[in-house]
Each structure stands twice: as C-alpha cells, then as structure tokens.
Design a protein around this ligand. Sequence first.
Ligand SMILES: [Zn+2]
Ligand SMILES: [Zn+2]
Length: 343
Amino acid sequence: MISGYAAMGKNQPLVPWQYKSRPLGPNDIEIKIDHCGICGSDIHTIDSGWGPTQYPVIVGHEIVGRVVAKGAEVQDHAIGDLVGVGAQVFSCQKPDCKNCRRGHDVQCSHAVYTYNKPYPDGERSKGGYADAVRVDANYAFSIPTAIDPREAAPLLCAGITVFTPMLHYKFKTGDRVGIVGIGGLGHLAVQFAKAFGVSVTAFTTSETKREECVKLGATQVVNLRDAEQSKTASQSLDYLIVTTNSPHTDWAQLISFMDVYGLIVLLAAPETELKLKPLSFLANNVGIVGSLIGGIKEVRAMLDFAAEHNVRPWIETLPMDQCNEGIQRVRDGKVRYRVVLSN
Ligand SMILES: [Zn+2]
Ligand SMILES: [Zn+2]
C-alpha cells in the first residue's frame, strides 16, 4: 500500500489516505519519495478548477526520490538512484505514434499525466504527496549531482514549463524577453532566460518583489499597475512569457509591450476564458502561442542546463504532513517562490 495525502472532494483539506499500488510493469519503477513541490496545478485539480476531478486524488508532480524497485526491462536506472518525476508519467513511445516519433511525447494521445488521469488499463494516476509512486521508467529522470534534491523538485514542472519554449524558440543573446508573473514559474523563467543570454524585463504587480527580480537576473522591472512604467515598456519585447494565473490579466496592456512580430507565450492556464481584442494583436503582427510542460528530451536538457548555469528555485520547505499549510501559503500568495514538501 502507498500512503499519501488525498483530497476527498472539492475544496476539502487533504487527509491521510492509502491506496493499493498499480502492478509494477516491465518498464516501471517504484520511487520512494523524498520531496515533492507544490505546483499551482495541484490546487486547480484539488478545486476541480479545470473541470471535474475524480476524487479521491493525490496531487503532486514535482517529485524527487530514490528507486526502490524496477521492472525486468528497465535499464536506465539502478536501485538506489536519485530520480525526479514531473507532470507526465507515461507515453506510448510506439513507432507508429506520430507525436512520440517526433519527440512530442507530451502530446501523445496515450499520454498519462502524473495525477487524476487514466492509464490505458483504466486506473487513475496518483501523484507525489505520498511516500511512494510507480511510474514508467522513461519519465524518471536522473538528477545531476550538482543539484540539491530539494531544489531539483520544482525544476521538474515549473522549471521545464518555462525552459521548453526558450529551447524551442532558440532564445539567444540580443533577444528582448519579458516575464509576467514572478512566482513559482516566473522566478525560474527570469533565471533561465538570463542564462540564455537575453535581456530580461520582469513584470510584476508587487512592488515588494522589485529587488528580488534584480537578484534573479532581471535587467528591468516594470510594475504593471504603474501606467508610467508600463508606457516605457511599450513595443520593447521580442518574447513575453506569461506565467500568471490571474483572471484579471489586462491582455491589451501585455500586447502593447510587443515589438512587431513579437511572440507571447502562455504557460499558465487561468480558470477563466481569455479576453482578447483581435485588432490589438493584428496591428503589430503579434503572435500568441501556448506551451505545455516538456518531453523526455527537453527535461533531460533542462536538468543539465540548470546544473551548468546554476539555475535553482528559491524554496521554502515543510514536512509532508503539513501539506495543507503549504497549500494555504500558495493560495495566499505568500510563497517565495516554491514550497517543497519533504518526507
Ligand atoms: Zn505543475
Ligand atoms: Zn505516443
């Protein structure tokens, strides 16, 4: 049996709960969990904010721990290895799968995300607020020795989410990049972008984060609530990475920061619809794209890049049994910048 903390219904606190682990398949491993970050997605899921959640649900998809069992066909990992798991735990990896074949395993039609999603056998995945988890070995990533295991946890969802578009759009020296929302994702986005050699403008609504943005590597900091500051950033960016979940985002304001042919990359999913005036982005040929986590290749590249360039989350740690306190701190916007729960 695996012991964890589950939400038994919408808006309810997490309670201790046990479940029988799925069978260990030939390409599966079992991980004894040491650490798990708290991601905004966990809270959307606990709240059924993105649609109905099937309860009970154990959330958590920034998992770090040790391999304690492995299937007969697993070659990449040995018992005792330190590994991390992000927001995905399975893709088919079949040669006739158009998306897996092209390295778009995130978009595999058989993809299983780390919690609240059905496996092909019908069982639903369960996440990392627990003492163990079983996953497909392809989705357990070796953690570079340079990275503290606690700090590795947030890299596996927040980190890969912000890194993937930077890799895909080939960020380079001279590019002008804005980051909106300096939180769990945004504080890593500033660091990764800086490490790609770009000029970073951090956009925040919290004046208290100004100094921290500079420490993280921002060249400029713009308070979105200050009309004068916002005006100075007009038409100044090639890319804008949007990590905020706020339903009150002023899209016309964000679009105004984009230079001709600039690209806005949406990484967070607010529970409300986006309100966009078509002409506002037509006028300067501005593009808006989304990006969802990252595939096997990208996660490996991200961990190496973070190790090499010293990109690390700023974390607060709590024991796993205080997961409800951690979640409340996230809801209250008090975290600087990621909570990591530890067993
Ligand atoms: Zn996440
Ligand atoms: Zn596939």
